[in-house]
Ligand binder design. Structure first.
Ligand SMILES: *Cc1c(COP(=O)(O)O)cnc(C)c1O
Length: 470
């Protein structure tokens, strides 16, 4: 068997397999892990995928990347993950048609009502499998302002060899987000409410992870958005949506992707590289428009400050997965990537406008646009009035930009990255009514909560981990 090799975008890591990079974050040289080549699907292979259910499709896509896991084991992991019990329907990611040629890809039917569940649920089961094989354990340490942390906790619930220590800013999340995390009672989940803001939480996580001795002794790991398995799992629904809105594999579609760390749209890029007939991939940002600026001008200028917006899960000033795309853009030359990110890591920026590389962007189908609070409210209203569909604030950013990039005859698929129930306040502001909420979550805020309040202190967090990892 020819096992897929994973390299670093900066060229300084010996080749590894999928399971070898599964539990890790950055590559050993500070770059991101990437396959040495994307699997290219033949016409026959693509034809055979049409009509498959989500589980079979997921297996077909993921096995090409996770080829060091025995096929029968991987199939069992995928089958256990993508069920109607967890994702509310056997469709897993249902497509809703607003009007002919304009669609919403529902990615938010997992336990936390946001698209991160699609990948994170698989990650939880992959972690469990690999840790069992290796007779190992992991303690996941993370910081969250709401979405990622809860998706990670729901993915790791009750997993034998995994504990989750999740830091969140006390009193700074919405009541819904707070309840979603703090109401979990499972013994392997620890919510730590830090007296501070999100950045304090993140600084603590960084400080603990930089203590290499502590990190090794207490088996500290992470599940952040650069995790390769998460990107892989997200490739699947681009295929799912493509087959749902087309009749033959000769047709092209475009996708609009509400973007922050570039993980979701990176998966779309990989689907396109695998041979899925994607015309355009539209990167939609909010007021934090570092990615929009790049795709319009060629300049990548991470911002010193992040703006707090009403699509908060896209509030980033530096797009952590972007390096994977730039690697492909510069012809997979790690020396170029290394040089560019030397500038970024030193707090600087780079500009590809005057290089031949930027001219290549159009060959990758990438376009972009941005949205702001007023646009968001207008789009939520417009979609509700015109189609009777309520969309959340992030999805609204995607739809706003999608409508500016639509072309006659090319179906446009807008990725729905969260349900409106998660962002009640802005929905109320836009529509003057409450968003509908899945019935089983009706009493969410009334459930008993279990969390630890802590000063913003690295030592306090370390002591807590030590006490609970005996
Ligand atoms: C994480 C998130 C995004 C951004 O996705 P990236 O992969 O970071 O680009 C968009 N919308 C919602 C609701 C999210 O949770």
């Amino acid at each position: 068997m020819n096992t897929m090799k994973y390299l670093s975008t900066r060229g300084g890591m010996p080749p590894k397999t999928f399971t070898e990079i599964l539990l890790g974050g950055l590559a050993t040289d500070g770059g991101l892990t990437i396959p040495d080549a994307y699997p290219r699907l033949s016409k026959e292979e693509l034809a055979a995928m049409r009509g498959m259910n989500y589980r079979d499709l997921a297996f077909e896509v993921i096995r090409r990347f996770a080829d060091d896991i025995p096929a029968a084991d991987l199939k069992a992991i995928v089958d256990k993950t993508y069920t109607a019990e967890i994702f509310r329907s056997d469709d897993i990611t249902p497509v809703k048609t607003l009007e002919p040629g304009l669609h919403i890809l529902g990615l938010s039917y997992g336990p936390t009502l946001a698209f991160k569940d699609v990948a994170m649920q698989l990650l939880g089961n992959l972690f469990e499998y690999v840790l069992e094989q290796e007779n190992a354990e992991i303690n996941i340490l993370g910081a969250t302002s709401g979405d990622t942390g809860s998706a990670a906790e729901y993915a790791m619930l009750g997993k034998q060899r995994v504990k989750v220590f999740m830091l969140s800013p006390l009193g700074k999340m919405s009541p819904f987000q707070t309840a979603q995390m703090y109401s979990l009672q499972e013994g392997n989940i620890f919510n730590i409410a830090v007296k501070g803001v999100f950045d304090d939480c993140q600084d603590i996580v960084k400080a603990v992870s930089n203590d290499l001795e502590f990190k090794a002794k207490y088996k500290i790991g992470a599940v952040n958005s650069i995790n390769w398995a998460r990107v892989t799992a997200q490739v699947v629904y681009y295929f799912k949506a493509y087959f749902a809105v087309t009749k033959s594999n000769d047709e092209e579609v475009s996708f609009s992707v509400p973007s922050g760390n570039f993980g979701n749209v990176c998966a779309g890029h990989i689907a396109r590289q695998m041979g899925l007939p994607v015309r355009k991939l539209i990167v939609a940002t909010n007021e934090n428009d570092v990615l929009d600026e790049f795709f319009r001008s060629g300049a990548y200028r991470p911002r010193p400050e992040t703006k707090h917006t009403s699509s908060p899960s896209m509030d980033i000033s530096k797009a952590s997965n972007f390096e994977r795309f730039v690697y492909d853009l510069v012809g997979r030359d790690p020396a170029v990537v290394k040089e560019l990110w030397q500038q970024v890591d030193a707090g600087g920026s780079f500009d590809l406008a005057k290089t031949g590389h930027f001219a290549q962007v159009k060959n990758f189908g990438m376009e972009s646009g941005s949205s702001n609070h007023a646009n968001r409210l207008d789009t939520i209203r417009q979609v509700y009035r015109q189609y009777g569909t309520m969309i959340d604030t992030h999805t609204a950013d995607g739809v706003k930009v999608a409508l500016e990039h639509r072309e006659a005859g090319v179906p446009m698929i807008c990725l729905e990255t969260a349900l409106p129930a998660k962002f009640e306040e802005t929905i109320r502001e836009a529509l003057g009514c409450e968003p509908e909420r899945p019935a089983e979550l009706a009493d969410l805020e009334k459930r008993p909560q279990r969390f630890e309040v802590m000063e913003s202190s690295v030592d306090a967090v370390k002591r807590f981990i030590v006490a609970h990892c005996g």
